[in-house]
Write a protein that binds this ligand. Structure first.
Ligand SMILES: Cc1ncc(C[n+]2csc(CCOP(=O)(O)OP(=O)(O)O)c2C)c(N)n1
Ligand SMILES: [Mg+2]
Length: 617
């Protein structure tokens, strides 16, 4: 079949499918893009031809920023339990390098995204092309080499003959739950337009079976022996439990063993917040209930978790001197963490195998009374009555109470992830999407767009701080153009509540973290800036509801739900309002010497906390 490389890529991608548990889905549901000279006539023409002729079904969606479009693809993949994603085409140079942050986010979070950066001329006929890096030490180097460490698969196709192997390699990694992440195939600008006789078989429908790898019996036997002898086990549910759709198995495991279940940011919702075994978030931003159980536990069962420092409270969460880890993870790399007894398996099959090997062993752990007390604390935080400006915890309460069980909350950075992990009452495994592998400011609206594309039947609430909004609000325009309805809850607190509080706790006095005029002493402690983010959102085409009080907000959220177009609900909050304590810690080093007494005092506190940190060997 004589096609250009661009046409071949589009035709190939339109014919890739995934299958798990007998259900088939499109592996690549469409292509997000921004055109420039690197792709407008190559992939751009191919996408146009596909749309005009119907010869390939790969809908094109015009994004407003390349980083954001990768976030959209990652959100889509996350909502699709990694069984489907989007491709992203960018022009050469800055269009492509803009995708680097998105690539890192996808790889860190183990989410499949297919990146198609355009590249410098393969023939070198017109070199240096506009935006070419030019490395005097090697003419095959381009800015796209920066994708290599961020991608789980990277290839650059210099010749049409290489395209089939590159595309097949890309699909293998995208659809492998253990290896998946950013997959990058660089397409030189001239190559995209070059014609070649591709074998017809390349374009046949191809179904990639997404495996549920079974645990090796020896793994299970060793882990079960350790767990049978435990007295105070705790299970930590991570993202893998959600992606493998293991909620039913997790529920059964918890009920039959009596083991309490804590969650990570990616695992929240795997069990409903009011499940009898649910103890909420664990680690730096977890609940005191989960953190007390973690402190004393003798066996930690990690299901689909990568043990980030927030989960382990920078390796201070688990203080039992004999603590052992049993990790169920589809990736051997993650299963081995914290010197665990690994069960390298799909979360669902691994949980079933471990439960069977426990021979009915039940554990007597008493946490119910603590959970009741904690939930009273959450209720209090939801209805604080803080003034004159409301507290963020009240905003979270209002959004949670406005949400039905299937509605979705999206967040990524600032003070919200911690507050949400502690306070959000999740009722469905696909309700809670806090991107906290990369915690990337600006993910919220773009990611929410992908989540909504993946499941238009759900109401999607993106909660966005003013810092994140100022970094990346432009995908509101994409949503407006596509007719995609989101609810954006925009929290104005004039700067970084999160890093401000962190700075203060580390002795750095909130330096450089507020959005105010610079005053004569050089600090940003002047008046608030004349920034009107609600007006900004309006100017981008959003329906905007301005709220002053929590009662306004409750009403605004109701109206936003009823609206048929993207609605921004704007509210100003007090960045200094109180938040319940997690009784936990996060390791952020404080300078060992300082001319400032605030830093010296913080260093003394830091040294004391640091003593609880331990390797798990
Ligand atoms: C892209 C990016 N840059 C910097 C950071 C570091 N950082 C984490 S939170 C934060 C401030 C977020 O401000 P805002 O969105 O207003 O949330 P708030 O802290 O006020 O809740 C910064 C700068 C980050 N996570 N991501
Ligand atoms: Mg803020």
């Amino acid at each position: 079949m004589r096609l250009t490389v661009g046409q071949a890529v589009v035709r190939f991608l339109a014919n890739q499918w995934t299958e798990r548990d007998g259900v088939e889905r499109r592996a690549v549901a469409g292509c997000l893009g921004i055109f420039g000279h690197g792709n407008v006539a190559g992939l751009g023409q191919a996408l146009l031809q596909a749309q005009r002729t119907g010869e390939a079904d790969l809908p094109y969606r015009l994004a407003r920023n390349e980083q954001a479009m990768v976030h959209t693809a990652a959100g889509f993949a996350r909502m699709s339990n990694r069984l489907s994603t989007y491709a992203c085409t960018a022009s050469i140079g800055p269009g492509s390098t803009n995708m680097l942050t998105g690539a890192a986010l996808a790889t860190v979070n183990r989410l499949p995204v297919l990146l198609l950066p355009s590249d410098i001329f393969a023939t070198r006929a017109a070199s240096p092309v506009l935006q070419e890096l030019e490395d005097p030490g090697g003419y095959d180097v381009s800015v796209n080499d920066a994708f290599r460490p961020l991608s789980r698969f990277f290839d650059r196709v210099w010749r049409p003959e290489q395209l089939p192997s590159a595309l097949l390699g890309a699909m293998r990694v995208l659809t492998d739950p253990a290896e998946t992440g950013a997959v990058t195939v660089c397409l030189p600008q001239d190559l995209q337009a070059e014609a070649y006789d591709f074998p017809d078989a390349l374009f046949d429908k191809r179904v990639w079976h997404v495996a549920r790898p079974l645990a090796e019996p020896a793994f299970v036997a060793r882990a079960a022996a350790v767990l049978r002898n435990a007295r105070r086990p705790l299970l930590i549910a991570g993202g893998g439990a959600v992606y493998s759709e293991a909620a039913g198995e997790l529920d059964q495991f918890a009920r039959e063993t009596g083991i309490p279940v804590a969650d990570t940011q990616a695992g929240k919702g795997a069990l409903s917040w009011d499940h009898p075994n649910s103890v909420g978030g664990v680690g730096s931003t977890g609940t005191p209930v989960a953190n007390r159980l973690a402190r004393d536990a003798d066996v930690i069962i990690g299901v689909g978790t990568r043990y980030s420092d927030f989960t382990t409270a920078s390796r201070t969460a688990f203080q039992n001197p004999d603590v052992a880890f049993v990790n169920i993870n589809v990736a051997a790399f993650d299963a081995a963490k914290e010197s665990a007894y690994p069960i390298v398996a799909d979360a669902r099959s691994g949980l079933s195998a471990l439960l069977a090997a426990l021979d009915g062993r039940r554990f007597e752990t008493d946490f119910e009374a603590d959970v009741v007390t904690w939930q009273a604390t959450v209720d209090h935080a939801y209805h604080l009555g803080h003034g004159p400006l409301p507290a963020q915890t009240e905003v979270i309460g209002a959004v949670n109470e406005a949400c039905g069980a299937r509605d979705v909350v999206v967040q990524a950075a600032g003070s919200l992830p911690g507050d949400l992990q502690m306070l959000w009452r999740a009722r469905d495994p696909k309700q809670y999407h806090v991107e906290y592998g990369f915690s990337c400011m600006g993910f919220e609206i773009a990611g929410a767009l992908g989540i909504k594309l993946a499941d238009p039947s759900r109401e999607v609430f993106a909660m966005v701080g003013d810092g994140s909004y100022l970094m990346m609000a432009q995908e509101i325009v994409t949503a407006v153009a596509e007719g995609i309805k989101l609810v954006v809850v925009l929290i104005q607190n004039h700067g970084f509540a999160s890093i401000g509080a962190l700075s203060e706790s580390l002795g750095s006095q909130r330096f450089g973290t507020s959005y105010r005029y610079r005053s004569a002493n050089g600090d940003y402690d002047g008046a608030h800036l004349p920034v009107d983010l609600a007006a900004n959102a309006e100017s981008l085409g959003a329906n905007v509801i301005r709220c002053r009080t929590i009662a306004d907000l409750a009403d605004g959220l109701k109206r936003a739900r009823e609206a048929d177009r993207l609605t921004v609900v704007h509210i100003e909050t007090d960045p200094l309002a109180p938040v319940p304590s997690s009784e936990s810690w996060w390791d952020v080093p404080v300078p060992q010497v300082s001319a400032l007494s605030s830093t010296q005092e913080a260093h003394t506190v830091y040294e004391a906390a640091k003593r609880l940190q331990r390797p798990y060997l």
